[in-house]
Design a protein around this ligand. Structure first.
Ligand code: ZN
Length: 118
């Protein structure tokens, strides 16, 4: 994949910070608009389930693989999303979640409307 994306300052800082985190550490990647385990984000980026959005503003979902289905899907993207968003694998108090999400600037990219990931 040829890339001439220039990450924003905030995204650059995040991408530099990410490799220094522990798997269970909670991070809020620019663009994903929520709290995730660092290990899942690293894994998603490595497998190109997540990509740097072409705007350079944040991380976004790559296009779904061709095997993706609307229901009961087990493609790599959906399997990753199930495991990454499993609320039982990382207990997190509601108060802590509120604190973390309150700090986030919310913006979310459409998952498939954006071109440029092929
Ligand atoms: Zn799928």
């Amino acid at each position: 994949m040829v890339s001439n994306i220039t990450p924003s300052e905030r995204l650059s800082a995040f991408l530099q910070y990410l490799p220094t985190t522990r798997d269970e550490e909670l991070v809020s990647p620019p663009g994903l608009g929520s709290v995730w385990r660092a290990g899942d984000i690293r894994n998603g980026l490595k497998r190109q389930i997540l990509v740097v959005h072409h705007s350079g503003q944040g991380i976004a979902f790559a296009a779904f693989p061709s095997g993706h289905r609307a229901k009961d899907c087990r493609c790599v993207t959906c399997l990753w999303e199930y495991s990454a968003s499993d609320p039982h694998s990382q207990p997190l108090s509601r108060e802590r979640m509120m604190q973390l999400t309150a700090k986030l600037r919310r913006f979310r990219f459409a998952q498939t409307a954006e071109a440029g990931f092929e």
